[in-house]
Design a protein. Structure first.
Length: 143
């Protein structure tokens, strides 16, 4: 199974969609705890609408997002704390259920995990795939 990841930091909607289309992505799996953004077009409803116009499905899996404590740690560059907080989050039954859903969705059609950070090494989506993406071929897209 191939799983794409993508961050929308410092990009436009046009560049974002073009990167998805070049890779053949047919579904975006939003793994943000809070699917809101100050970047125009990247909040949940407007993002879903833009993707739909391009024939790309949108699914939000809130329980796979990072809790506030983890987001704060990430902003400070404290990867150890981010990892600790996110490990606890992934251990929750709700997160485990959504991780199973994520795997099923990604196996069904080409899918990209979405979060804000451009660099996947500074984002929980990498931690998510380390923990829940066993055997997946991970391709990080950069718009």
């Amino acid at each position: 199974m191939k799983v794409f990841t993508i961050g929308y930091e410092a990009t436009t909607m046009a560049e974002f969609i073009a990167a998805l289309q070049r890779a053949g992505v047919e579904r975006v799996i939003d793994v943000r705890a809070l699917p809101l953004s100050r970047r125009p077009g990247f909040s949940k409803n407007s993002l879903a609408a833009s993707l739909k116009e391009e024939g790309i499905d949108y699914v939000h899996l809130k329980q796979l997002g990072t809790p506030k404590r983890g987001r704060d740690a990430a902003k400070k560059g404290d990867v150890a704390m981010l990892r600790q907080v996110y490990d606890v989050q992934l251990g929750l039954p709700e997160a485990q259920a959504q991780a199973a859903q994520m795997r099923a969705l990604a196996a069904e059609k080409p899918s990209a995990l979405l979060c804000f950070e451009r660099d996947p090494e500074h984002c929980h989506r990498t931690l998510l795939l380390e923990a829940e993406g066993e055997g997946a071929d991970v391709v990080d897209l950069v718009p």
